[in-house]
Ligand binder design. Structure first.
Ligand code: DX5
Ligand code: ZN
Length: 224
């Protein structure tokens, strides 16, 4: 049985883009497990962020796994560039891909982790034919595009379903929750069965990001 201990991913969307390396250093110093990089194309989501060069530049300054979340149309056109740039995990949206199986196979052929994501309006059923062999399922708990939004609690029912399917079929994907994870919501996120907690505004907005990591991982403040 695979180890599904809780991991914390710091989302650089909430870092200062003029000081990205400092954001990476904060994440490393805090004990976060992964760096989460949101790639937005201004079409799949109403915002723009960065492309593969950010990934290749950050690859040189950190050993943390780079967890790339593609919020783009036609992910098949850009996925290889992110693999070449050094992404450790590439997650794309099922809503944006007709030939998701081909894209996942391409990621796995490069020996990187492949993830699929669903927005709040997409049911788990849409993913079911793809679950066997996935490394990650990312459940968006806000409508993607911006940090700092409130978690939509109904989305956690999908996390419960994914956890149930994983147990009953022996699947090996991690379950990530992205959007609105903070000290008030993290218990419900963990209880639903998530094991990757992605945090942008709560993490980078904290006076002490290391204590956020402990709180997220343990479900309580350090030392309590
Ligand atoms: C939103 C992004 C998230 C974002 C989460 O579209 O996919 O990764 O950084 O930000 P918070 O934690 O502020 O909700
Ligand atoms: Zn994200």
């Amino acid at each position: 049985m695979k180890d599904f201990s809780i991991l914390v991913a710091a989302s650089l969307l909430s870092a200062d883009f003029a000081r990205m390396a400092e954001g990476v250093a904060v994440a490393e110093g805090s004990g976060a497990d992964w760096l989460h990089l949101d790639v937005m194309d201004g079409a799949f989501v109403p915002n723009l962020t960065f492309g593969p060069k950010m990934v290749s530049d950050l690859r040189k300054v950190t050993r943390l796994p780079l967890d790339v979340h593609l919020m783009v149309e036609h992910p098949e056109r850009i996925v290889d560039a992110f693999l070449s740039a050094g992404a450790d995990h590439v997650t794309f949206h099922i809503e944006a891909a007709i030939h998701a199986h081909r894209i996942v196979s391409g990621i796995k052929a490069h020996k990187r982790d492949a993830g699929l994501s669903i927005v709040p309006s997409t049911p788990v059923n849409t993913l079911e034919a793809m679950l066997d062999g996935l490394d990650l399922v990312l459940v968006m708990t806000v409508n993607p595009g911006f940090g700092g939004q409130a978690l939509i609690p109904e989305c956690l029912r999908k996390v419960e379903r994914l956890a149930h399917l994983r147990t009953s079929h022996g699947y090996e994907y991690r379950i990530a929750v992205d959007g609105g994870v903070n000290r008030s919501t993290v218990a419900s996120v963990r209880d639903a069965g998530a094991d990757v907690l992605i945090s942008g505004s709560a993490f980078f907005g904290a006076d002490d990001p290391a204590s956020e990591v402990v709180f997220f991982r343990e479900g309580r403040p350090a030392g309590v």
